[in-house]
Ligand binder design. Sequence first.
Ligand code: NAD
Length: 509
Amino acid sequence: MVGTQTATGAQTEQTSTPKEFKNYINGKWQPAKSGKTFQSINPANPADIVGIFPASDKQDVDEAVAAAKKAYEDWRLYPAPKRAEILFRAGQIFIERKEELARELTREMGKVLAEARGDVQEVIDMVFYAAGEGRRLFGQTTPSELRNKFAMSVRVPLGVIGCITPWNFPMAIPSWKIAPALVCGNTIVFKPASDTPLVATRFVEILEEAGLPPGVLNLVTGGGSAVGDAMLENPEIKLISFTGSCDVGRHVNEKCAPSFKRVSLEMGGKNATIVLDDANLDLAVDGILWGAFGTAGQRCTATSRVIVQKGIYPQLREKLLERAKSLKLGYGLDANVDVGPVINESSLKKIEKYVQIGQEEGAKLLFGGQRAPEAGPGWFFQPTIFDEVKPNMRIAQEEIFGPVTALIPVSDLKEALHVANDIEFGLSTAIYTKDVNKAFEAVRDLESGLTYVNAPTIGAEVHLPFGGTKNTGNGHREAAEACLDIFTEWKTVYIDYSDKLQRAQIDIE
Ligand code: NAD
């Protein structure tokens, strides 16, 4: 080990020669056909190379798809409760390795260790939840309108599925797709984000160890267009399950449209927390701080807008400022760090650009707005709060995906709801109030897939549907029973045991 000391005093885990990892295709670990590679880097310390990974292309994707297609023929017939047993075994391994996985996750992605543990815990939750479906996957039986005729519907798998995932929940999000897709009887080609291939590799290693047959789950690492586009173009992939930005999601949708490939899209957010005059102020500040600056603001559900009723606005601004000042930036493995780095240099530049845009638009920079080199050699940015933001400013409309939040003053609940909804996204919203009538009105009228009352915009649990309205998604929901509608399709079955021709809608007796 060659240790590197960060400014916060934590030791990064740099090895002298970074390990080379491989794709996983048809049960074998193998390099990219081209032999090309890329590096994964610790965002808290760019000198720390986490690993070297295959820079794959169409050849690798096509081989993985062919393997998944072949494996599908048997996997779809392997009983669902048996498929689930493999997931239960995997869940147990995730529990045993939680700590080491979380530490690697922090090193590769940057979120602080407590949050990294949460990421792995979400995998455990999802894997067990999906495994439970192995003995459910319920269909329906219903009376037929004709005598001596039986009617039912059953769920059938789709075939080969392409899973394309982002880096911000590098283990949890793959699990939300892969675990239910597997239990439903599909086989998979998995392309993780290029910033977090190690965490993805660990995820696949554990499923292999749990006993997944060769070809059922295939990992192909590499760039968005080299690997991603090859997946979108491959006719044998029946569904692309995508989580990421709206821009790439739109590309995925357009590229899959001519072949009618199914597409499920989970995309960006610009999530609002409303704070009414009667709110518990300290509770609201706790929630805003966690929602806006947890994971350095890099959550699809991050609190990037705070819509505050004028009576409480000055106190809320003061308390939030005071608390934001006390947040400690640094390497996520350092126990007293609250906020880690952002993922890479281009992300940092995008955040800087929006800070400049906000100032040019006339918003007041209350706190932050700068890089934070004192936190370490990596990509650190100060928690940033804009004050007196107008709802139509770009910093209040566009996803920044960093530790930046905008305070927007409003007069009453009606205006707050209008501001919250006047946006192209619809992922998560929250309201802080003690008035049950106002809370229910907000629950009814907020245009988002998730709404929290007296809790922050982040905090989803795997047994409830997850997803967004408007440009955040295309109508699907992940997690819970709802995700089965993504990974299966319905087959309706009629069994006529009357021994004669019976015509529906015509032979009515
Ligand atoms: P991104 O869109 O840049 O990348 C997502 C994935 O798409 C990556 O694996 C990337 O390599 C791949 N990709 C890039 N170009 C591609 C192409 N041409 N064809 C196919 N695939 C391609 O997003 P990101 O920066 O990794 O993640 C951040 C974004 O994800 C934010 O917008 C965030 O809101 C969103 N997100 C949404 C949810 C949700 O559930 N709604 C959850 C997490 C993150």
